[in-house]
Design a protein around this ligand. Structure first.
Ligand SMILES: [Zn+2]
Length: 459
């Protein structure tokens, strides 16, 4: 397989750059995972589907990828929700982790090669903090917290392209025991009766930013090829990860930073208080995992996308159209020696161009059109289409979900009832009975009256 030149938008340079890994053919990739305190939402789905697709593509063109995606299983949000629910924080984290794994499985997102949990990496975090204190980049405050000293790290603000913005942002914040408002916590001290862990700095809990830096060091070492996450993580989370890691190691932390855009719901930012919070679980009750993946990949990963019922319905229709081609095939096996090279080259080139999945998907439709018109070598075209869908991570074993929406279903029911009424009027009782029997088989009794016919559910 020819390797196309890969270009990625590097948030660090604010431009599209050619991607060259540190070691030939090998890629170390870290993407920030969820904080497991509540159900994963459609924003998580987008981020994880996009990085899953990137990994599949890299592997397909011959790179050996090591992908790490963490689980934040200790955080104030977990503690607060566990208090609300009256269960142990670690039990809540475990329950939400299982649900998250189930959601990822339903979306056909691959397992990462590493899935470190914060609570399993505390000793690495202690070593990290001690290293920063020893080098003068961190200090223990009088309240027992340990803070990163932003003013000691001269390159602070390189990712967000800011200087001193951290100070502006947090100026209103109470200085508390920090030397400077922009300093951020590496370790937060808590009373021994509060939930926490014993550490060389006393009883407490780790700062969120620290966990990613410590786990990356533990898995990959001091420098990785690519670090990814949602664009809402650029500041302060990723900025602070850079500060911690580069201060400690005196070398570049991640060579490329990639960020996916946000998911809006009905044109607005998703939030629980707005009442437009869509969990992956609830979306999967209406649409297939393939439809959600199709919705995500139909847009460029850096754009924001708008989740609406219409958009998801249209994604469901789109993916159904493509899978319809394989409706009569018992098993789909991809034969890589029988691919249409022209289409494959275009497909790879689109993905290599900053992961342009929208254009890559358009090739699938071009091929489907030819197959539906019986033009060209159908076996080769079907094989090429199956290959494209598999590289994009669509799940061939998923049961299709009907793309009929409620309106369509209602109008079909109405049409059948009209036909039956006409049949009765013209004394075609055989047809009228046939329609009635079909409804009864589906669990509905028909009740006729002068106003029309009512459907009564009998199941
Ligand atoms: Zn992170």
């Amino acid at each position: 397989m020819n390797k196309p030149t890969i270009k990625l938008f590097n948030s660090l340079k604010r431009s599209v750059e050619e991607f060259i890994p540190i070691k030939e053919n090998k890629i170390s990739l870290y993407t920030c995972g969820p904080t497991v305190y509540d159900s994963s939402h459609i924003g998580h789905a987008r981020s994880f589907i996009v990085w899953d697709c990137l990994v599949r593509f890299f592997r397909e063109i011959g790179y050996e990828v090591k992908w790490a995606r963490n689980i934040t299983d200790i955080d104030d949000k977990i503690i607060n929700r566990s208090l609300e629910l009256g269960i142990e924080p670690q039990k809540l984290a475990r329950i939400e982790t299982y649900k998250y794994w189930r959601d990822m499985n339903n979306l056909n997102v691959q397992w990462p090669d590493y899935e470190p949990k914060a609570t399993e990496n505390l000793s690495q975090m202690f070593v990290f903090i001690e290293g920063l204190i020893n080098k003068g980049f961190a200090y223990k405050a009088t309240n027992g917290d340990v803070y990163f000293k932003v003013s000691a790290f001269k390159d602070y603000g390189q990712l967000k392209n800011i200087k001193n913005e951290a100070e502006n942002i947090s100026r209103l914040e109470d200085l508390n025991c920090k030397e400077n408002t922009s300093d951020f916590a590496l370790w937060k001290a808590f009373d021994s009766n509060e939930y926490g862990f014993e550490s060389p700095f006393g009883h407490g809990r780790p700062g969120w930013h620290l966990e990613c830096s410590a786990m990356i060091k533990n898995i990959f070492g001091e420098t990785i090829d690519i670090h990814g996450g949602g664009e809402d993580l650029i500041f302060p989370h990723h900025e602070n990860e850079i500060a911690q890691s580069e201060a400690l190691h005196s070398c570049q932390f991640s060579r490329y930073w990639i960020h996916n855009g946000m998911v809006l719901v009905n044109g607005r930012k998703m939030s629980k208080s707005e009442g437009n919070f869509v969990t992956i679980e609830s979306a999967l009750k209406k649409y297939s995992g393939n439809a959600i993946r199709f919705f995500v990949l139909s847009a460029h990963y850096r754009q924001s996308v708008n989740y609406t019922e219409e958009a998801l319905q249209s994604a469901q229709n789109g993916i159904n159209k493509l899978f319809q081609i394989f409706a009569h095939d018992e098993k789909i096996e991809i034969n890589k020696t029988n691919l249409n090279q022209n289409f494959i080259d275009n497909f790879h080139n689109y993905l290599a161009e900053d992961l342009n999945t929208a254009c890559a998907l358009s090739i699938a439709f071009e091929i489907a059109k030819l197959i539906n018109k019986s033009e060209g070598n159908i076996t080769e075209l079907k094989n090429t289409l199956a290959y494209i869908l598999s590289v994009l991570g669509f799940n061939f074993s998923e049961k299709p979900i009907s793309s009929f929406n409620e309106n369509t279903q209602n109008s079909i029911v109405k049409l059948l009832l009209d036909i039956r009424n006409n049949a009765r009027e013209t004394k075609n009782f055989q047809l009228a009975d046939q329609i009635r029997l079909h409804f009864e088989k589906a669990g509905y009794k028909l009740k006729d009256s002068t106003e029309g016919t009512d459907l009564i559910c009998v199941n």
